[in-house]
Design a protein around this ligand. Structure first.
Ligand code: TRP
Length: 336
């Protein structure tokens, strides 16, 4: 092997409205990963089909997401950036691996159970794509002999499943798949809702005041921060304590991530400061951060022919790599 850098795979569904939580938990690290790993950054449009909405332009959203990847510092000269559906090997391996996955283990996945649950009932008429979702994720990861997958707490179970499927296959057919490991980033992997800091900030939250979107109008962020839940400690004190001060801790976490300052340093800076003043500083920093990101995003987003060129070149490189492992798999099971 000439290339000895570990292979890292990451992907996001192109839902079009990524949040600051997605940035802090995932995309923030993408640019620096490029120096230490051989990176593949995928736009998981096939996964988006599980929640397809006729009024939503997936095509536009894929381009939005690609422009955001670039704005976050992903460099097509250093990494492979590609759109999942452009590399048919993903669907092919998905079918093969679904024959090595069990109904029981898939139906027990937490994310599937949550999606299936409406109030307290389990619905029957849920699409099979949602059940199969983690198998497609496994295919994404295993197709590139991935060593590392950056994951938040909520995706750890999916990576465990990937390892189980790979192991099951390898036991029967020899060491074909590399077993991927999670790369867990310490702080900021979970940004919480602004109005309910005990639950995760989710881009699909019905109450938009819970979420800061990467592409939203900066003026609307002011009120969201102003209304963000804090606590009633007297006198007010700013320090990190997830259990007793979940709101303040969440704001500190956001600030630390976008300014690259340690939380312990921020705590010292904010000694004796009122919550209102603290929130003003939070807003100023978020606004500076969003402004810079959005400016760069717009430059890329306007140039569709460049975006399409990046996607096309990425797909060619991803196909070359994934075809190799797919061939080995096909030979092993006798379908080539
Ligand atoms: N499920 C991930 C999300 O919702 C996207 C994804 C698809 C992914 N395939 C993956 C993440 C493989 C890590 C590895 O954003």
């Amino acid at each position: 092997m000439i290339n000895s850098k570990p292979i890292l795979f990451s992907a996001i569904q192109p839902s079009g409205n990524l949040s600051i939580g997605n940035y802090i938990g995932t995309m923030r690290h993408w640019s620096s990963f490029q120096d230490n790993y051989e990176c593949l950054y995928c736009i998981a449009d096939l996964h988006s089909l599980t929640t397809l909405n006729k009024n939503f332009s997936l095509q536009n959203s894929v381009l939005d997401t690609l422009a955001l990847y670039l704005a976050c510092g992903v460099n097509p000269k250093k990494s492979i950036i590609f759109i999942q559906s452009h590399v048919y090997q993903h669907s092919q391996l998905n079918w093969i691996l679904s024959c090595f996955s069990q109904f029981g283990e898939l139906s027990r996945m937490t994310q599937f159970k949550n999606k299936r649950k409406i109030q307290d009932n389990y619905v029957e008429n849920i699409n099979i794509g949602l059940l199969n979702y983690p198998v497609l994720m496994s295919s994404d990861i295993l197709l590139y002999q991935t060593n590392l997958v950056p994951v938040g707490q909520d995706q750890k179970q999916h990576l465990e499943l990937t390892r189980n499927i790979a192991n099951r296959f390898n036991l029967l057919y020899g060491d074909i798949f590399t077993l991927p490991k999670p790369l867990i980033t310490k702080t900021g992997s979970k940004i919480m809702s602004l109005l309910d800091p005990t639950k995760k900030m989710s881009k699909s939250d019905t109450n938009k005041n819970n979420v800061i979107f990467l592409l939203e109008d900066i003026s609307s962020v002011f009120l969201k921060i102003k209304n963000a839940v804090t606590d009633s400690e007297m006198p007010p004190k700013i320090y990190y304590d997830l259990r007793r001060k979940s709101g303040i801790s969440n704001l500190l976490e956001i600030l630390s991530a976008i300014t690259n300052k340690k939380i312990s340093i921020l705590e010292k800076e904010f000694e004796g400061i009122m919550y209102s003043e603290f929130k003003k500083i939070i807003f100023d920093n978020i606004s500076k951060f969003l402004h810079k990101l959005q400016k760069s995003y717009l430059v890329y987003r306007k140039d569709e022919s460049y975006l399409k060129k990046v996607a096309k070149e990425g797909a060619i490189r991803a196909r070359l790599k994934s075809e190799k492992i797919l061939k080995r798999v096909s030979t092993a099971i006798g379908i080539n």
